[in-house]
Each structure stands twice: as structure tokens, then as C-alpha cells.
Design a protein around this ligand. Structure first.
Ligand SMILES: NC(=O)c1ccc[n+]([C@@H]2O[C@H](COP(=O)([O-])OP(=O)(O)OC[C@H]3O[C@@H](n4cnc5c(N)ncnc54)[C@H](O)[C@@H]3O)[C@@H](O)[C@H]2O)c1
Length: 257
């Protein structure tokens, strides 16, 4: 197989669905062997089976990024012998009014998005440094990392912290040949956009403001595959001099006002 990830092994968290799944498919297409780690057993196994059926190499491990970081990395090494790429993608979103939400409920987003990213990055880095062959880490951020929004202080601040982790790890891990970058999507059509059973991208308000008035200059949300393209570049052997940066993939959303 030819491709920019031939001979590489990737761990993709949250790859049973959405952006993670599209990224796993794209990495496998480029020649990587992919370990899908997710809480969702059936969807995760189905994602791996679909990749294998298409001629790629993938396996699934049921795992929680807040508790099972070492186990995920060990599973990748047990399955494929090494770990070259980590895609820190798993995440959650819910609305939380700042005044009304109890601390434990607010903090859950930080536990998953920020500490989960930290735990898996740390476990993966330990393995990459031990092996001594470098590596690539891509943290999935969001445009929310650098924008304010109501009922989103938990999510936005956790994503902001992820961006800062990306910069700091890029600096600290450069001597080990580990490149650390991020991708910050805008609106993406995935199950995460479904709130109370309705996709926020299908509401009249979204269509009027973001599409018809071109608040998103490209006038539509992204498909998960369009986010995966940027992720795969950062994870690939083509990416050799880019580190400590988070690429915004938002159809122009944050380029305008
Ligand atoms: N959809 C969007 O509009 C959008 C925009 C910006 C950023 N993002 C980010 O992209 C990433 C992927 O989101 P998505 O839109 O594909 O959502 P999604 O809900 O389709 O997928 C998220 C996946 O993460 C898994 N997951 C959640 N918590 C986990 C945990 N503790 N351990 C392991 N797996 C866990 C879920 O089971 C799910 O399969 C997230 O980090 C999200 O914050 C999404």
C-alpha cells in the first residue's frame, strides 16, 4: 500500500463516531494500522470492521480516556508492535449555565476534554520516548478554544487548555522527535451537533445566520472527512517542520466578524 502513513501505527481516541471515525478511516487509507479506542463497544467494533473490510488494518479497544490511557497504549503496542501517532480526539459537549450548574457537573467536561487529553498524551509519549523513533500527536481542539460563548465556559476553557498543552508539549518533546499539533474545527456534522434530538445545523436560526447570511463564509458545516484531511497531514510523514500549532478548519467562520 502507498500513502503518507505507511509503516505507522496510530491510536485514535473517540473513533467510534464522527471526526475520530473519519480520521481512523483516512489514516488507514494512507497506510497506518489503527487502534480505535472508545467507550462505545458496538460502534467502535463496527468502525474497525469497516476499515478491515476495505483492505485497511484496524482493531478496537473499549476504553475510557479518563481511566484507561496506559491500557490503550499497551493495546496498540500489543496489537501492532509500536506507536507512532496519537490522535487525541475523544470529547463531550453539553450546555452548562455558569451560575446554575454545580461544580461537579461543570468539571466533568474538563475531566474528559483536558485531563483525558493529558492522560493519553502522557501514556503515548512515554512509549514514544522509550522506543526512540519520534512520533506525532494531534489534539482535536475547537474554535471554542479561543472564542466566548454562553453556557459553554466548561467546554471552551477545557479546549483552551488543550491548545496550551499542544504548544507546551511541542516545545518539551521536540528533542525526542515528537511533533505536537492541533486541529480546531468549527461546526461539523457529527452526533455531537445533535442537542435534545435535533441537529443544531438544521435549525432555522442556524440556517439563517450561518448559511444564508454567510457567517460561515463557505455557507455550510464541515463533513467529518474534511476535518480528517488536516489531521492526517499533521500525523503523517509529510509533516516534518510544523509543531506547536493548531490549524483552524472552520470554513472561514473565525476569519470574519
Ligand atoms: N462536531 C463539532 O461540531 C465539533 C466542533 C469542534 C470540535 N469538535 C471536537 O471534535 C472531537 C470529536 O467530536 P465529534 O463531533 O466527532 O463527536 P462524536 O460525539 O461524534 O464523537 C465523540 C466520540 O468520543 C467518544 N468518547 C467520549 N468520551 C469518551 C471517553 N471518556 N473515553 C473514550 N471515548 C470517549 C464517544 O463515545 C464518541 O464516539 C471532540 O473533541 C469535539 O470536542 C467537534
Amino acid at each position: 500500500m502507498s500513502g503518507v502513513c505507511v509503516g505507522m501505527v496510530a491510536l485514535v481516541t473517540g473513533a467510534a463516531s464522527g471526526i475520530g471515525r473519519a480520521t481512523a478511516v483516512a489514516l488507514a487509507r494512507e497506510g497506518a494500522a489503527v487502534l480505535i479506542a472508545d467507550l462505545q463497544r458496538e460502534a467502535g467494533a463496527a468502525a474497525a470492521a469497516a476499515i478491515n473490510a476495505g483492505g485497511g488494518r484496524a482493531a478496537f479497544v473499549e476504553a475510557d480516556i479518563t481511566r484507561d490511557a496506559e491500557a490503550m497504549v499497551a493495546a496498540a503496542v500489543a496489537q501492532y508492535g509500536q506507536l507512532d501517532i496519537l490522535i487525541n480526539n475523544a470529547g463531550i459537549f453539553y450546555e452548562a449555565d455558569f451560575l446554575a450548574t454545580p461544580f461537579a457537573q461543570w468539571r466533568r467536561a474538563v475531566d474528559v476534554i483536558y485531563f483525558g487529553t493529558y492522560h493519553v498524551a502522557r501514556a503515548a509519549t512515554q512509549e514514544m520516548v522509550r522506543r526512540g523513533a519520534g512520533g506525532r500527536i494531534v489534539n482535536i481542539s475547537s474554535v471554542n478554544a479561543f472564542l466566548g460563548a454562553p453556557r459553554s465556559s466548561h467546554y471552551n476553557s477545557a479546549k483552551g487548555a488543550v491548545d496550551q498543552l499542544t504548544r507546551c508539549l511541542a516545545v518539551e518533546l521536540a528533542p525526542h522527535g515528537i511533533l505536537v499539533n492541533g486541529v480546531a474545527p468549527g461546526f461539523v456534522d457529527t452526533p455531537m451537533a445533535i442537542i435534545d434530538g435535533v441537529s443544531e445545523h438544521e435549525t432555522p436560526d442556524f440556517k439563517a445566520f450561518y448559511v444564508e447570511r454567510r457567517r460561515i463564509p463557505l455557507a455550510r458545516p464541515a463533513r467529518p472527512e474534511e476535518i480528517a484531511e488536516a489531521v492526517v497531514f499533521l500525523a503523517s510523514s509529510r509533516c516534518t517542520y510544523l509543531t506547536g500549532h493548531t490549524i483552524v478548519v472552520d470554513g472561514g467562520l473565525t476569519a470574519t466578524f
